[in-house]
Design a protein around this ligand. Sequence first.
Ligand SMILES: O=C(O)C1=C[C@@H](OP(=O)(O)O)[C@@H](O)[C@H](O)C1
Ligand SMILES: C=C(OP(=O)(O)O)C(=O)O
Length: 448
Amino acid sequence: MTETPAHTALWPAPHASGAVTATVHVPGSKSVTNRALVLAALAAEPGWLRRPLRSRDTLLMAGALRAMGVGIEETVSSSSSVAGGQDGTGEAWRVIPSGLHGPATVDVGNAGTVMRFLPPVAALADGPIHFDGDPRSYERPLHGVIDALRVLGARIDDTRGTPGALPLTVHGCGALEGGRVEIDASSSSQFVSALLLSGPGFNQGVEVRHVGGALPSMPHIRMTVDMLRSVGAQVDTPEAGGEPNVWRVTPGALLGRDLTVEPDLSNAQPFLAAALVTGGTVTIPDWPAHTTQPGDALREIFTEMGGSCELTEQGLVFTGSGSIHGIDVDLSEVGELTPGIAAVAALADAPSTLRGVAHLRLHETDRLAALTKEINELGGDVTETSDGLHIKPRRLHGGIFHTYDDHRMATAGAVIGLAVDGVQIENVATTAKTLPDFPDLWTGMLGN
Ligand SMILES: O=C(O)C1=C[C@@H](OP(=O)(O)O)[C@@H](O)[C@H](O)C1
Ligand SMILES: C=C(OP(=O)(O)O)C(=O)O
């Protein structure tokens, strides 16, 4: 949890005067967009991304790939025949791979996907690629990727900062041997995803064996595997009868695809929470019937917390009952949903225990400390446990909700603000990491 400058702007979180009824079009998934960009950049032919997320994390990914020589052309069309998504409001990115070249400099910002997914890509480039980012990026775990790449044959200079962390330089020489590697990915599933995504480009492919504590965010690893397969890669997984905690990717050329990015279901969370908290109804169009996104778990989690939902032709229709229940839940698979669930839990009719998310201490900020401090400063009763939070609902009052440069802290504060008058979100602009339109979508949902 890094210190927040006192002067940062305050956003008065709108208080809901009654039950919210709204349809909210949620922009594309960060996790899908950034995987699709990497896979398209590594492909043997051009591809399309339709309805990509345009946010800080995805623009950093696109900028980094461009710096390494990949062509990414942005087109916007009102005609679905040219570039449209299902609603015809088509932004589409044409990705034209043309070799990966250094020297180049990559700004990772504070994007886990950029700082983890790109060093393996850089190892395939033909020159040095320098990586740097926000101060927080120096603190986020990266050793799993760096150590593994060295075992697989890469030369990496990480002597400018703390060894095993940013800033660093990957001295790519146009190819990487690849092969077998053991990593401890208990601090981030993105270590596994990173090695698998570039695996088809390594001479021997890659075999990643996770050794260590529980691996978080399994749906995100399944997303990696599914997306690799969809561009023609051969991937063996533990689920497909393989060894537990072992993934294998065979070397081979990747296809250029035409992919429409699903809405970001984790970013749908605050809007669904608005229905739950106000006893209203919120519809999210284009909710996928089948998806690897962890946000899909909200259908079950928020139903247990008092709502009900139905997948219809219009999208996911989620309705609050007017009561909010506490929950005892293991969130290790869906850690990024924790801030939003904590916000709802603080407004519930009974205590909640959120477990399995110790690794959130090394996310955008220390999310367990930040949620505890900020909810308690509004009068709440949250205690940190070794791997999560215990939340006893209490009557909350207004005040400043600090965000620590964490988009999900900002949206969590907005959810509390619906029910508690006078909540002010410090630096709501930090939502630009994955949802730049958040303040407008939020006020639009409330009919303002
Ligand atoms: O691969 C991905 O796209 C992500 C994986 C998860 O990371 P961790 O496993 O580090 O929690 C998740 O929290 C993050 O928001 C996105
Ligand atoms: C943990 C998150 O992001 P990142 O991709 O930076 O890890 C998140 O979006 O909740």
